[in-house]
Write a protein that binds this ligand. Sequence first.
Ligand SMILES: Nc1nc2c(c(=O)[nH]1)N[C@H]1C(S)=C(S)[C@@H](COP(=O)(O)OP(=O)(O)OC[C@H]3O[C@@H](n4cnc5c(=O)[nH]c(N)nc54)[C@H](O)[C@@H]3O)O[C@H]1N2
Ligand SMILES: Nc1nc2c(c(=O)[nH]1)N[C@H]1C(S)=C(S)[C@@H](COP(=O)(O)OP(=O)(O)OC[C@H]3O[C@@H](n4cnc5c(=O)[nH]c(N)nc54)[C@H](O)[C@@H]3O)O[C@H]1N2
Ligand code: SF4
Ligand SMILES: [Mo]
Length: 726
Amino acid sequence: MASVTTYCRICEPLCGLEATVEDGTVVRIRPDEEHPLSKGFACPKGVAMTEVQNDPDRVLHPLRRRPDGEFERVSWDEALGGIAARLNALRREHGGSSIGWYFGNPATFSYSHPLWLNGFMAALKSPHLYSAGSQDVNNRFAASALLYGAPVLVPIPDLKRTDLLLMLGANPLVSHGSLITAPRIREDLSAIVARGGRVVVADPRRTETARAYEHLPVRPDGDAWLLLSMLHVIFEEGLQDRDACTRQASGADELRALANGFPPEETEARSGVPAATVRELARDLARAERAVVYGRTGTCLGRHGTLTAFLIDAVTLVTGNLDRPGGAVFGAAPLWLDQILRLSGLASYGKARSRVGGYPDILGTFPAGVMAEEITTPGPGRLRALIVSGGNPALSVPGGEALGRALDELDLLVTIDLYVTDTGRKADYVLPATTFLEREDLPLPFLQNHLTPYVTWTEPVVAPRGEARQEWEIIDALARRMGIGVGAFPLQRLAHRLGVRPSPRSLVDALLRTGPAGDWYGLRRLIGKGGGLSGGLSGGLSLRRLRKAPHGVVLAEHQPTGRLRRRILHKDKRVHLAPPEIAAEVRRLAGAPEPPDGFPLRLIGLREMRSHNSWMHNSPALMRGGRVQAARISPKDAAAHGIEDGAPCRITSPHGSIELPALVTGEMTEGTVAVPHGWGHRGGWRTANAAGGANVNVLASPDPADLEPLAGMAWLNGVPIRIGPA
Ligand SMILES: Nc1nc2c(c(=O)[nH]1)N[C@H]1C(S)=C(S)[C@@H](COP(=O)(O)OP(=O)(O)OC[C@H]3O[C@@H](n4cnc5c(=O)[nH]c(N)nc54)[C@H](O)[C@@H]3O)O[C@H]1N2
Ligand SMILES: Nc1nc2c(c(=O)[nH]1)N[C@H]1C(S)=C(S)[C@@H](COP(=O)(O)OP(=O)(O)OC[C@H]3O[C@@H](n4cnc5c(=O)[nH]c(N)nc54)[C@H](O)[C@@H]3O)O[C@H]1N2
Ligand code: SF4
Ligand SMILES: [Mo]
């Protein structure tokens, strides 16, 4: 029996874990007491990963669909050979742009998986790259592209030093924080209050987080109205930080003019916040010594996500809190991430437009909301084969039914997953992926998001079960068989140039060693100094040194500030506060229609402690107690529509209809219904299938025209609905 230290890769805190391994099997997972940031914390999901790891329903061998529709076990050789042959036939007939890839949320928790799939798609010269990002975070990247000229320059709230946090559309007491890596976030938030500060939580639901701090009830999709009105008050009352506006930004006067049309007295009905409250909040924010605005998925999945994300940073800047301790800070990574992303061309926004809908690319991806029509629309560039890795778009993308029908039309569908998912059940091949416990890793995309600068490396805890393989190995093998070869992958070419074998491990080692905190292959010892990120590793970082620190390395106490100018990619080195795209969005907001007649209520999402999107409903420990998916409805709405607590109700939108038990609760604001996503399973996961429920995204619009214009964000919050007894 051995105890192996690793870290969790289910969600963003990346908590430290200790896995007990017996005869090559993980038998137990506990929180890592010695992890310097999570300090013995792990949530029920992290602990339940043992059950996913050992799940009897896990796919452990490649599967191929037989003519009778059933899956059969095949060898890797047969699977990869069959897939390569069909992809090459499509390439010959229709070109590489007939092949697409959708990667889901877990993909971003692997350092190697995104690097290799991006290389594969670049080598194919296919634009058909999709991800969970358009249902999550792409608006944030678009906003950063407009503000800073750099899509991945995303500030994090400096919770450890702030006096006032305005949090919009996030529930970190359940989600554990997103776009911020802070494993003890509950303590960080409570510490704000303990030192005399405030945490204000704007949410249509009185969430776990709202209950713990100050709740500001808002209407779904009302955030842009609220933020513009706050700006209106700040400018009108002369509360703006003039120095910050002239020193850091351009366009403050134009922004002021845009906000001018949104006095709080006129936006009350849209934002749901009384004018007096807006005025007070704006004054408090402007006068606080250190304040910050932060928004997450609740502000991303409406109809104005990019505008809202943009305004969040704009309010922070105008109140003098951008790039300042206790405000919004820009995390540094111990790698030249900005430079790597820029040189590799990966950090793009609007470099290309989607064939359907004409949406701008974000980091080389198009909105998953156009995928269905990309499959069904004839003509050059039609999407004919799709590989889905670490994702379950059948349940996570808007308009589930339309996408399901479109997937049936593909010439080839391959999924790379732990399970036969609700998407995978339609696949021609299902390829078994390793879990995070079966692969080595470095938290590459999260390095800049750490509240406390930190880096870690883990080796696999156990060998892969069955014939599971890491995604990069699968992609590598597939590319070779197709005659592409990874030498054609852009970043992997860089590895060649750095003189290393292009494996992810050697690539990352080279990037660490040559990075701002690297050992520079021994040179650091001669020169000294760690660029502010030394963390007691006097000789600098390398993989070898990280391997000797199983609990990871804290690199500094706080993220650095005062370096924004150097990281902005706009030529004038200023934050752009009023680009034309945003001005157009403000005009669109002003003319936004009220919901159609007959749909008086608005639907929003909800995350639960013991669910993780669609993929942890097969864990008996997490499903204990007969958990079911329910629709949360306020007592007043329930009474008005004849719905009883616990009784089945029917929810209908202009696009679909589902039936769920009602949970009548005072935590819902009137007019809003909340339903968690990721239920209604029909895959190879038996416990999940038995849990019942419905795919809430059939209520969302499948029409590409309904995506948010600047980022192609899915419209999943604020969906117009009506309810009634089932
Ligand atoms: N209505 C509504 N819809 C939403 C949201 C919402 O709030 N409301 N949220 C959206 C958000 S934020 C997100 S991120 C998306 C998620 O959307 P997706 O990423 O498409 O879906 P997941 O449910 O996360 O599915 C992840 C899949 O990856 C598999 N998996 C887990 N680990 C690994 C691994 O290491 N390798 C591989 N290859 N597979 C693995 C799991 O078995 C699962 O099938 O959903 C979005 N959809
Ligand atoms: N336990 C658990 N943890 C998770 C996940 C999970 O499925 N389960 N998923 C992970 C993923 S993929 C992500 S992206 C993160 C997300 O992390 P968060 O964004 O913090 O999580 P949510 O609980 O979705 O919080 C969104 C909140 O926005 C509110 N909301 C909805 N519409 C609006 C609106 O228009 N305006 C405002 N102001 N609020 C609104 C909702 O009521 C909800 O409370 O969580 C991650 N962590
Ligand atoms: S909060 Fe839970 S699921 Fe998320 S990283 Fe920590 S242990 Fe893993
Ligand atoms: Mo997400």
